[in-house]
Write a protein that binds this ligand. Structure first.
Ligand SMILES: Nc1ncnc2c1ncn2[C@@H]1O[C@H](COP(=O)(O)OP(=O)(O)OP(=O)(O)O)[C@@H](O)[C@H]1O
Length: 563
């Protein structure tokens, strides 16, 4: 019962998506009525050619009605071209809007979602789900409407010819329905298994590609081959299961059709033998029967086709319903009073853990005034990056409060906080594009400002040596640059942001001594009115820092004297 309710909810939502394109419906409907009417006329014209042309040896009649047949075909084909055009508009519009929804969902999605799934897995899942959901707009829908019109035309045609035989055809419908119902239930489950096996395989493959260096260094292609074969085997089994189901369904339905056709030929033949039917009438009868039987098969099969759309639609809608960043913590204030005489950042009794009952931070207090330069040190796994993620609003305290310029984060839009903070992490991400594009990541700075930021970060030294300078492409995640060079690009990016708060999370771990000094001079000189928070293991970096906190046992302690 519950399942049926959920299913109908999924279908209502899919239909709702289609309704956005209702402006195309009248055009499609006119095309369908036109093609259906033309195909209805066809058997009557053929009967005329056979009975009044061929049998009566009337050549003029044959020529005229052959011309009519060609005319009908032209009209049908032209209408179908228009119809395909209208349908491609719906298909493209639907695909675009689903991708757009997924794209913006990725922006608001809780960061924890990305900890669980790899990029290849997410991209593959979204791509295959959207393509399956959008297929709802394809010819299936056209067929279902044109099928109804064809059936109506067929029944009218059959009744004109012989109502008893027409009745015989209708007896086949419930039998076909039961056969297809049986297969569509199986298909639903088989397709769910297929998309799940696909997801697992692409998650695994993406993991191998991300760790390609380790794969080569540890000869993991050989070691992981067993996993590859197992996952591929599961995928192949699922493909085979789905293909065989399709085949068994087609086989069963075709057998029923073959039996029905045999029955029609025998009864039609008997009527001709008895002189109750003309040959042209028999042809027309067979064609009209096909008009009724084939579309009914198709209509019944829609259940089968939809059985493979539903699992994807379900998974896609579940993705769209994933918890949003901020969730109930997100406020709507989009401004700070930056001149207020209050601390820039305050953490009060902040408690946080990734799992309930295992806190990483258990009562953190911190007050940072404008222009402060503080450092947070601590052992591996003590929670320094977690603290940064809480400040950046990627996670939210279980208890306690974080305030920016005196305003609790719950009252602020999550993005507004990040707009005020520039972060340089230990492993900054560089996008595929040029060095200039990676520094000017917001896309609004002038080339002169980019050069200036690179001089300040020290990046200019290596950029000047590159063949293409600022136009050099960085490669996948800056693969063409060294670790320290990537960090210098990231520092230049942060300088260009002109943010009020600078968070440097092991930002200079790849810097040489000289570059370290350049950055410290910058922080203590030109950027001295900025608030800077260092997260570091390298105590020599702490020269220009006024306060050093140690994070241990989930708490922050201010260090006095020697570190
Ligand atoms: N996304 C996550 N989900 C679950 N646990 C996590 C997650 N990120 C970190 N942890 C755990 O939280 C603890 C603190 O991690 P965190 O990265 O904040 O430490 P850190 O002080 O920055 O360490 P390091 O100096 O090694 O960078 C670790 O025990 C880690 O296993």
């Amino acid at each position: 019962m519950e399942k049926r309710k959920n299913d109908s909810k999924i279908w209502r939502r899919v239909c709702g998506l289609l309704l956005a394109y209702k402006k195309y419906f009248p055009g499609i409907f006119i095309c369908l009525v036109c093609t259906s009417f033309m195909t209805f006329l066809q058997p009557l014209v053929i009967r005329r050619i056979t009975d009044q042309g061929m049998v009566a040896k009337d050549m003029e009649c044959i020529l005229i009605f052959s011309g009519v047949l060609v005319g009908i075909s032209v009209i049908v084909q032209v209408t179908e071209v228009i119809q395909t055009r209208l349908f491609s508009n719906i298909h493209n519009g639907l695909t675009f809007s689903l991708y757009r929804e997924a794209y913006w969902k990725m922006d608001t999605l809780n960061i924890g979602y990305y900890d669980e799934k790899g990029s290849a897995e997410i991209a593959n899942t979204i791509g295959s789900d959207i393509s399956n959901v959008a297929s709802v707009a394809d010819q299936i829908t056209t067929f279902s409407i044109s099928s109804i019109l064809q059936i109506v035309g067929g029944i009218v045609g059959l009744s004109i010819l012989d109502w008893k035989l027409a009745l015989m055809i209708t007896l086949l419908i419930p039998v076909k329905f039961l056969v297809v119902l049986y297969f569509s239930r199986k298909k639903n489950l088989a397709f769910e298994r297929l998309i799940e096996n696909n997801r697992v395989f692409f998650g695994w493959l993406g993991d191998c590609i991300n760790g390609i260096r380790e794969m080569k260094l540890w000869d993991l292609f050989r070691i992981k081959n067993a996993d590859f074969e197992k996952l591929q085997g599961k995928m192949m089994d699922s493909y085979r299961e789905n293909m065989m189901l399709d085949e068994y369904r087609t086989f069963s339905v075709s057998m029923l059709d073959a039996l029905m056709n045999a029955a029609l030929y025998i009864s039609g033949g008997l009527l001709i033998v008895r002189g109750e039917f003309t040959i042209g009438g028999a042809f027309a009868f067979m064609t009209y029967s096909a008009y009724v039987v084939n579309p009914i098969t198709f209509l019944i099969n829609i259940k089968y086709y939809f059985a493979q759309i539903k699992p994807s639609a379900k998974r896609f809608f579940e993705f769209l319903e994933q918890p949003e960043e901020g969730g109930e913590h997100a406020g709507s204030l989009s401004r700070f009073d930056k001149d207020a005489e209050v601390p820039v950042l305050e953490l009060k009794d902040v408690i946080f853990g990734y799992k309930e009952g295992t806190p990483i931070l258990s009562g953190v207090n911190l007050t940072v005034q404008r222009g402060d330069r503080i450092a947070v040190i601590g052992e591996n796994g003590s929670g320094k990056s977690t603290l940064l993620d809480l400040i950046l609003g990627f996670y939210h305290p279980e208890k306690g409060e974080i305030k920016f310029w005196g305003i609790p984060t719950e009252n602020l839009e999550p993005k507004i906080i990040r707009n005020r903070i520039a972060v340089v992490s230990q492993k900054p991400y560089l996008f595929q594009g040029t060095i200039e594009e990676n520094v000017n990541i917001g896309g609004t700075a002038s080339h002169e400002d980019v050069v200036d930021a690179c001089i300040k970060s020290g990046a200019i030294t290596f950029i000047e040596k590159l063949d293409d300078g600022f136009m050099q492409r960085a490669g996948q995640d800056g693969a063409k640059l060294s670790g320290g060079e990537k960090q210098k690009v990231a520092v230049a990016r942060a300088i260009l942001k002109k943010a009020d708060i600078l968070l440097l999370d092991e930002a200079t771990s790849g810097f040489d001594r000289e570059s370290d000094k350049v950055l410290m001079n910058l922080v203590c000189g030109e950027l001295k009115d900025k608030t800077v928070i260092f997260i570091t293991h390298r105590y020599e970096e702490l020269e220009g820092v006024e306060m050093v906190y140690r994070l241990a046992e989930g708490r922050l302690e201010l260090m006095e004297g020697e570190i």
